[in-house]
Design a protein around this ligand. Structure first.
Ligand code: SF4
Length: 370
């Protein structure tokens, strides 16, 4: 870290990710800024326009495929450790966006990682996976133009992990992930298998593949791009591309949600009463008194309520800009802002749960769960 900034940056898919300044990721990790590409994206996704998707690696092949309507894939997934929440919603919606733009979509259920990283037995993660897939379908994922699978049941990703393992030293894994137990290294190799699965002959062979993820997942992309390069001659892999979204702030203002602190997030399966209570108690960028807030304005940059509107709950960009101005100028107070958000969130959750119920049987069928 340079002397010019004391701000911390840690990207750890298995631990705590801290990003106090997203700009520093360009310099420190070689992530490219997404903004210069925005004008070239045929129909940019709302998160691209709002800067939630702030970075990428090698997005040019995807851009080319989007413009020319050539074949490409989108690949991402979920670790089945619980019910859907605002963080998993971000990635799911990005996958669906690329699918709607013409990509063949792959959605992996990372149950091996859930076992290795979170000690979740496969019987338990299977239950979560059914719900997670029903959520994905409820959000608009089209299973006829996509592939949803569990890592533990997909032999091809495990085969790739075994093959990749021969070309990765322990020193490399330590350099990327730090000192970890062997199960996490194995699960990282399986993730590399996930990312390159769309390029196997069974799925039409090599093709550009975009992986939309939270920036905490970047170490997996670095490992996989290195492996894709090493195995290029054998498989003719195209190096996978990625987009990175910011991590939505937790309700308590902390950078990453924690199951140890249930007030830091809510899931879509909680009662309206519980969701309402959590949003009502959320940390904000407001001032100690209404009088001060009227005078000084709030600080949307540190506010999880602002993040929720920007990431998910305002349909129009101009609504986000208006809230920013109203907050900064002190025209709006946190209480009324939270109340409006509660109404929007509860309406979304009610509608989403109805659609989710309609998709549970389909999710069971896709995952081959009795
Ligand atoms: S007014 Fe809204 S956006 Fe501004 S600090 Fe309060 S809750 Fe956050």
């Amino acid at each position: 870290m340079s002397k010019s900034s004391p701000k911390k940056t840690t990207l750890d898919p298995f631990g705590t990710t801290v990003v106090e300044d997203y700009e520093r990721l360009y310099e420190e990790f070689g992530i490219q800024p997404f903004k210069p590409l925005l004008m070239q994206v045929p129909d940019p996704y709302v998160s691209m326009r709002r800067g939630v998707i702030f970075g990428h690696r090698d997005f040019a092949p995807i851009l080319h495929a989007m413009k020319t309507h050539e074949e490409y894939a989108v690949m991402s997934g979920i670790k089945p450790t619980g019910e859907f929440h605002l963080g998993t919603l971000t990635t799911a919606r990005e996958v669906i966006y690329f699918q709607q733009q013409g990509a063949t979509a792959f959605y992996g259920i990372a149950d091996v990682e859930a076992y290795e990283d979170n000690k979740i037995p496969f019987e338990r993660s299977e239950k979560y996976a059914v719900g997670n897939v029903a959520d994905l379908l409820a959000l608009g994922f089209d299973p006829r133009r996509g592939c949803i699978y569990r890592q533990s049941r997909e032999e091809r990703v495990k085969d790739l992990a075994i093959i990749f393992g021969r070309n990765v030293t322990l020193a490399t894994m330590k350099a990327i992930y730090g000192e970890r137990h062997m199960g996490l290294y194995i699960s990282a190799l399986i993730q590399a298998g996930d990312i390159l699965l769309p390029q196997l002959e069974d799925f039409g062979g090599p093709k550009p593949t975009v992986v939309p993820v939270g920036v905490d997942q970047d170490p997996h992309l670095r490992l996989t791009r290195d492996l894709a390069s090493k195995f290029r001659r054998k498989y003719r892999f195209v190096l996978p591309s990625s987009t990175y979204h910011k991590l939505i702030k937790c309700l308590d203002g902390s950078p990453k949600m924690s199951k140890r602190n249930p007030m830091s997030y809510f899931t879509f399966q909680e009662t309206p009463k519980s969701i309402k209570k959590k949003i009502s108690n959320a940390f904000t960028g407001g001032r100690p008194t209404a009088q001060e807030q009227r005078k000084l304005g709030g600080i949307p940059e540190i506010c999880p309520v602002y993040d929720m509107y920007m990431f998910h709950f305002f349909k129009e960009d101009k609504q986000v800009a208006q809230l920013y101005r109203d907050c900064r100028s002190g025209r709006i107070l946190c209480g009324e802002d939270k109340q409006r958000l509660i109404e929007i969130v509860l309406s979304f959750v009610k509608d989403h749960r109805r659609k989710r119920r309609q998709n549970i049987d389909k999710a069971r069928e896709i995952l081959e769960v009795e």
